[in-house]
Design a protein around this ligand. Structure first.
Ligand code: ATP
Ligand code: MG
Length: 470
């Protein structure tokens, strides 16, 4: 494909000789002799390269170039031409973004070489810009942690395939929906709709009509035909959020859609064919639901041709600092505040915190702090109490505060009781200086029970002298 070049010079001879030279090299050339005319042309056309004379009858070439840089969003490369050859103006031209400059009179060879290099540079710049644009589609996902980089690599791979179904698993607030959107926007379906439906928040029969749509008269309230999400998403991506909550009859119907790419609107006898990619997400264990006969195994294999597991925030601690800064910035703009940094102590507390609610919890925490505080530096005193209490001895006993447990994920009752009992005994033992009788008193239990518990829990520590009774 030939390149489009615009030459702006008030000297007819120069315009003609350059046109001749560059057309001869296979480029498409247009000319202008005044700043005003050039601006009109630049607004209308897309040029790969613009050659600008330094002095034009109605203005300076440098001003025109600045105009191009400020106003033209694809920012074409500019080469400044000057007959007045002072290094100063050339330097100035470069400072304002000229790619290069040429002194008049010029040699044909020289011009051709500079133009060639400029065009190559321009092409490279455009490629880089496209890559960044491509990345920024997924850029809502903020992450530096290698754990998450692996997830993003999967996202890019599955996005490259048009149809494959993906099941996105992960705790609440880890960013499953963001991952789904990233897959859609990086895929060739990106210009088509992304429709999403939350299977947990809509009752079963309503969910069915939302998904499949209905014909007029299909039920009492069906006054006219309504298209369902499957049809609305045709050509694009359908995201089934919280799929573990879908009821059994609907699971069977969905299975057919996945297998045959067709379905019927409620009250219709005709099949509608659709072309969609299905993404599903859940924070429940589908495997467990299958065991309990609450989720169809055949559907499970259909929706999880590829499985992406988004790791919880506490397993990608490198992301914590980045996300904090990202949300400081976000809420600075939203609330017109000026938080600049976070103290080391506060950061450490947050890095050791469990984040049961993952990124959503972090975002809410930053929002809460920034609504309440006007300080430029976030320190420990700005942090809510739960961050402190959850930090204490957490690593040793793996204990969280009762309200931090996510019971939908299931908790191990015996393990937790064991950890908690060990914690109480070890702490009391420390206070009692290892004296078991005193420890028993502090815990309001008799010595026999304490001895039994120590043995059962495997608590080491303390004074083994049985007779020790202070
Ligand atoms: N990596 C990330 N970068 C920036 N923001 C994120 C990231 N991950 C999650 N978020 C933000 O956290 C919030 C929760 O994300 P999202 O809704 O995608 O989570 P989810 O896994 O779908 O949660 P749930 O299971 O509760 O539906 C959103 O506000 C989202 O923008
Ligand atoms: Mg979600």
């Amino acid at each position: 494909m030939s390149n489009r070049i615009l030459i702006i010079d008030d000297e007819k001879l120069i315009r003609e000789s350059l046109t001749h030279l560059l057309t001869g090299a296979g480029h498409r050339v247009e000319v202008a002799s005044r700043v005003d005319d050039a601006k009109v042309q630049i607004a209308k056309e897309v040029y790969d390269l613009i050659l600008i004379d330094l002095r034009l009858p109605d203005g300076s070439g440098i001003d025109l170039m600045r105009h191009i840089h400020d106003q033209v969003d694809y920012a074409p490369l500019c080469i400044m031409m000057t007959a007045y050859g002072s290094v100063d103006t050339a330097v100035e031209a470069m400072k304002y973004g000229a790619y290069d400059y040429i002194n008049k009179p010029f040699k044909s060879k020289e011009i051709l070489l500079i133009v060639k290099l400029a065009l190559e540079t321009g092409k490279l710049k455009r490629e880089v810009r496209d890559i960044i644009k491509e990345q920024s589609k997924a850029n809502d996902i903020i992450s530096v942690d290698p754990m998450m980089e692996r997830v993003m690599a999967m996202v890019r791979k599955v996005a490259g395939n048009r149809d494959v179904s993906v099941l996105i698993q992960g705790e609440s607030g880890t960013g499953k929906e963001l991952v789904a959107k990233a897959i859609h926007s990086l895929s060739e379906r990106s210009s088509q709709p992304f429709v999403s439906i939350n299977c947990a928040s809509i009752p079963g029969n309503l969910l069915e009509s939302e998904l499949f749509g209905y014909e007029k008269g299909a039920f009492t309230d069906a006054k006219s035909r309504k298209l369902g999400l499957l049809e609305k998403g045709n050509g694009g991506t359908v995201f089934l959020d919280e799929i573990g909550d879908m009821e059994a009859p609907l699971q069977a119907k969905l299975l057919r859609v996945l297998e045959e790419s067709k379905f019927r609107r409620l009250g219709s006898v005709e099949d509608v064919c659709i072309d969609v990619r299905f993404l599903s997400a859940t924070n429940q264990s589908l495997e467990k639901l299958i065991e309990e006969n609450k989720f169809r195994e055949d559907l499970y294999y259909r929706i999880k041709v590829i499985n992406i597991v988004v790791p919880p925030l506490r397993e990608r601690r490198l992301d914590i600092e980045l996300l904090l800064k990202y949300y400081f910035d976000h809420f600075n703009r939203k609330f017109k505040k000026n938080v600049k940094e976070i103290s080391e102590g506060a950061l450490e507390l947050l890095q050791n915190y469990q984040w049961r609610g993952n990124v959503r919890e972090l975002k809410n925490l930053v929002e809460r702090i920034m609504i309440l505080e006007d300080s430029e530096i976030i320190t420990e005193e700005h942090l809510p109490l739960e961050v402190f209490s959850a930090n204490r001895d957490r690593n040793r006993f793996g204990l969280a505060l009762p309200w931090e447990y996510d019971f939908r994920q299931g908790v191990d009752f015996n393990e937790l009781v064991k950890s908690f009992s060990s914690y109480l005994i070890e702490e009391a033992m420390k206070v009692a200086g290892g004296n078991k009788a005193k420890t028993a008193r502090l815990l309001n239990m008799d010595r026999g029970t304490l001895r039994y518990q120590i043995k059962k829990l495997g608590v080491v520590n303390g004074n083994d002298d049985e007779s020790d009774d202070d």
